[in-house]
Each structure stands twice: as C-alpha cells, then as structure tokens.
Design a protein around this ligand. Structure first.
Ligand SMILES: Nc1ncnc2c1ncn2[C@@H]1O[C@H](COP(=O)(O)OP(=O)(O)OP(=O)(O)O)[C@@H](O)[C@H]1O
Ligand SMILES: [Mg+2]
Length: 353
C-alpha cells in the first residue's frame, strides 16, 4: 500500500512491541520455557479448560483416542500451548505440522501414514492447508482411512490405506475461513477469549517465578494492564521490564515498568505507535471519521490487512473505534485518550458514539 507523502511524514518503525504475533526465534525459545505443561497450570479460559478436561477424561476411561479438537482464537492466547497440553495430559506423542507446510495431498498422506496409534497430530494455521489435502483429511478424521491415488489418467486407481487412530488438534486464527465440512468433523471447538487483567497478572506471576524474578504485585498488575488481553504480549513486556531493571541496576517496581514501557512506546492502554497513529489519523485528518479502511491504511502508511486484523480489533475491543457501514469512527474515549477537544456539533458526529 502506498501512502504517498502522507506515508513519509510518519515514522512508525517496524518493531512494534505489542503485536500479538511472535517477534523472533529468540522469543519462541523464551515462550517455550514459559509454556504451561498441564491443564492445571494453564491460566484462565476456565470454560475451555473444563470442556477439554472432560473430553480427555472420557477418552481415557473408554480407552480410545480423544475426539478431534479445533482451537480458534486470535494470536498469542494459548492455542499451541493447549495442543501440547492435550498430548501431555493423555501421555501421547505429539506430531507438529502446519497448514502452509501441507501444500499437496501427498504431504498430508505422508504425515498421516506415519502416525503411531494414539498420536496427537497438531496442524497449526489449519485454514492455510491446500484444498486437495483438506478433502483427504475429511476421510482420515472420520474413518482413520485415506485413499491414495496411484497412476494417472484412465489407468489411475485408488488404494485404500488404514491409518492408526489419532487425535487431530487444529489451530486457527481465522475460523471463518475454514470450510464447513472440515469444521463439522471436529468433535469439539474451543473458542479462546482475550484474558482479563487478573488472569494476565497470574500468567506474569508464574512466568516471573520460572525466570527467578522478584517483581512486586503492583508492578505485575501494571504490565498486565498494558498487555492487550494477550499472554504472549504480557510475557514479552515482562522480558523488556526485566532487561530494563537489569541494565539500570534497579528493582522492577511500578515506576520502572512505566519507564521501560515508555521506552518501547507502549502507553497505559497497551497502545503502540501504530495504534495511536491510526487513532490520530481518524481524529485529526478525517475529523473523527467515518473513514474507509483503505484510505485510513494509506494515511498511516500501513497494509490495510494489518490495520484490519491487528490494529482495529483491539481498538474496537477497548471502545476507541467503532465500525459503521460508512467506515471507521473514533469514539469519545479516543478523543479523550489523544487529548484532543471534540467538536460538539456537526454532521459527521450524528452517530454520536
Ligand atoms: N493460559 C495461559 N497461561 C499461561 N501462559 C500462557 C497461556 N496462554 C498462553 N500462554 C503463553 O503465551 C505464549 C503464547 O502462547 P501460544 O504460543 O500457545 O499462543 P498461540 O495461540 O498458539 O499463538 P499463535 O496464534 O501466534 O500461534 C506462550 O509463551 C505461552 O506460555
Ligand atoms: Mg501457535
């Protein structure tokens, strides 16, 4: 997306610290060390936890493989963690793959035919799997069987192949993109929700413990409140605060949390520069909106997709932006947050949000 000169007068940097996607290999390794290993250790999502517990117990009592499980929800809320827990709780081996790695039915056939009885197969980003593989997966999930095509043209024949019984755990950030026949074949779909501040505080308390950090509760609460309901972001901010305290040879109290996060441009609501640039554009350049997604994206020099999938959901969730049929509108809270006086009359504000 080209924003022309509008794009040039904003310097947004490209290392936002509060994006929900993993930042780097180093972060993935760090996350691995902090991942809860059991359902009991998994913080929050009490509904999903209870549902999973029942499903796993019933399978153990009946000595069968648990039903296939679909984990749906935004990035960083614990889908991969839960998939590992499903395998661990049932004492089953875990095979990990992902949608983008399965580009042909043959890729999936190789994977499925090599599973051992009772194995848990985790397919991350399952909505990105090739269509031909999806169809093979339907039969595999239902009957633990696949048909392998041999030869081409008129001489082609299909050879049925029995599979070892397995549990498929699929994860998706875009459950709306899954075809219905695939969605229907999961025995259980877990919808992960954003965490509240108390739950994030607990995530942070456990993570600090694992890292051997002594951080007072008010400082943990301060990090939690800036973590956008997302454990991955909470753990990342914890790491930045730890580094800051280390370098400045100080105890990580509330003031240190504030200073460290200010350094990384994370404000009291967990908004970063891009979030604020979006809000500022709606308020200052488009008089509070409504403004269309493409125009808005051009104004801040960012991909429309990033605005739509990453920036906007959070701004909508905290009540700073609303979507109207005519475009995005900044709410009263947004004007207040930016410290800009909002005109009290005018046709643009007839939604009075
Ligand atoms: N309920 C939880 N309790 C404690 N830590 C959690 C919880 N959920 C997630 N985490 C931590 O957050 C980090 C990210 O979690 P995870 O990798 O499972 O997210 P994800 O949903 O798979 O994200 P993505 O969509 O990007 O793959 C991990 O370090 C994990 O330890
Ligand atoms: Mg994941």
């Amino acid at each position: 997306m080209s924003g022309g000169d509008l794009e040039r007068d904003l310097d947004l940097g490209d290392d936002p610290v509060v994006r929900p996607q993993p930042e780097s290999e180093a972060e993935l390794a760090f996350e691995g060390a902090l991942r809860p290993r059991s359902l009991a250790e998994f913080v929050g999502q009490s509904k999903v936890r209870g549902q999973l517990e029942l499903l796993l117990r019933a399978a153990t009592m009946q000595q069968r493989t648990p039903d296939h499980i679909l984990l749906a929800g935004p990035p960083g809320l614990g889908k991969t963690t839960l998939a590992m827990i499903v395998a661990h709780e049932g004492d089953r081996p875990l095979r990990m793959s992902s949608g983008p790695a399965i580009q042909h039915a043959g890729d999936l056939a190789a994977l499925l035919s090599s599973l051992t009885p009772g194995e848990v197969l985790f397919i991350d980003e399952i909505h990105r799997m090739a269509r031909s593989a999806e169809e093979m997966l339907y039969l595999a999930m239902e009957d633990f069987r696949i048909d392998i095509m041999v030869g081409k043209g008129a001489g082609a024949t299909s050879i049925p192949l029995d599979l070892a019984p397995f549990t498929l755990v699929g994860a998706t950030t875009r459950s709306g993109l899954l075809p219905n026949p695939l969605r229907d074949r999961f025995g259980f779909t877990a919808h992960l929700e954003f965490y509240d501040d108390g739950e994030l505080e607990e995530v942070l308390r456990r993570a600090a413990g694992k890292l051997g950090l002594d951080i007072p509760a008010p400082a943990l609460a301060e990090i939690a409140s800036r973590s956008r309901g997302t454990p991955r972001i909470a753990n990342r901010l914890l790491r930045r605060v730890r580094d800051y305290a280390l370098v400045h040879r100080t105890e990580p109290d509330v003031a240190v949390v504030g200073a460290a996060l200010e350094l990384y441009d994370v404000d009291a609501h967990g908004l970063d520069r891009l979030d604020r640039a979006v809000l500022d554009a709606i308020v200052s350049r488009f008089d509070g909106g409504p403004v269309g997604l493409t125009t808005l994206a051009a104004a801040v020099g960012e991909e429309a997709d990033t605005i739509e999938s990453v920036v906007e959901p959070f701004l909508v969730r905290i009540g700073m932006v609303t979507r109207t049929p005519r475009g995005r509108v900044a709410t009263r809270t947004a004007w207040q947050h930016l410290g800009v006086a909002r005109p009290s009359t005018g046709a643009l504000f007839d939604d009075d949000v």
